[in-house]
Design a protein around this ligand. Sequence first.
Ligand code: ZN
Length: 460
Amino acid sequence: MLLKNVLIILVIVYTIDAVKKSYDGYKLYQIVPKDEREVDILNDVYYSNLGEFWVEYFKAKDDVKVMVSPKNLEKFQEVLRVGNVEAKEIIGDVQKVINDQLKPATSRASDTYLSYSWSAYHDLDAIYKWLDELETNHTEVKTVVMGKSLENRDIKGIIINYHPEINKPIGMIEGTLHAREWISAATVTWFIKEFLTSTDPQIRALAENFEWHVFPVVNPDGYVYTFTDNRMWRKNRSPASAKTCAEGVDDDMSHGVDLNRNFDFEWATVGASNDSCTNTYAGPSPASEPETKAIAEYALSLKNKGNFMYYLSYHSYTQLIIVPYSHVQSDGALLSGNYGDMFEIAVRGSDAMRRRNGTEYRVGLSVHVLYPMSGSSFDWVKYYTNVPISYLIELRDLGEYGFLLPPEQIIPTALENMDGLIEMDRTARSLRYYAHTSGASRVLVSAVVVAFGIVMSLLG
Ligand SMILES: [Zn+2]
């Protein structure tokens, strides 16, 4: 009997261990194609599945990161050698960096709050447990479930609402739409902690002058999967299409939809794939995924509440603040109605982010700073809720570690992004997107508006 139990346990342990994808001996290369010829060679590598690309689209002069398995290494190197394309090895053993990412950094007392810390990355259970603790410990916090994921997990967040008797502008923060972008959940949870505990007057004002709706992980199935099965998973976990994937691509890739291509705005028109085995699969139809529907419905409910001001979608990596819309070329910039303001607000935010650590976040339309794409959440929310300010923010780094950002960089990333948020909010306020709701400033704003009206009528 005892032996049987031991055997069962051994089998279970072995099974759990066996399903987790290992990146032992995988190498990460940096390639910057010099011209179209080199882009073509790189495309050959892409389509022959000799490597897993960390970027989905690329052109000449782009910084392209490619992960290569030990099995494909020789062939990969040969193709590049024959084509005379330069490749620099960035990571010698990807699995080692994955393991390192799970080791906590040396922590200080300020790096923790209740059961949570920012010296390490945490799984979904730890995040949700912490959200529950916040509700217990703060009267101004309520947990909220926006909906269920495909595998029936809660998509849980919190509402932070100081002074509920005052009608305030609303901000919504969306984290970890892409599963492997762990720094997103880490940064978004830091914002929550700062809103609830910081004594910095600027952070206090930001926390208390808004009603915040914050969701650290909107793709819970994918996020769990990055801990249990495959660290490099990006999509949700929708069932596989019947087909198997092309040679060289893991059949598991036929699962999942790229949630940031699945929203019903310009769906599948550009920068998205109809091949379910790719990382940018737009899904079988617009808003086919429960996570997409939940986010869209929640954002609409905030629109209906009125005064919906900010929608912020946090991703990694490449350090960008992307301004809607993402399917347009330069001449379509004005489609969003207030591109100039959104651009200015983002640039000032980026300036503030640079001041702390010198980290550069570039600002622009997706076509300029990344590549055109369609069906993203922040574009959808901008269009359908008419929220004034909507951004997709790509966090650290520039690709030295990419998705595998070491835990030592969580707090520096979070701090510079809080700086950015404060400055973006200050700029939005100076552009009169909203006024402080305290009595004194409300009177002042009314007086200014009345005076302005009188002057205009005199001039008219
Ligand atoms: Zn992303």
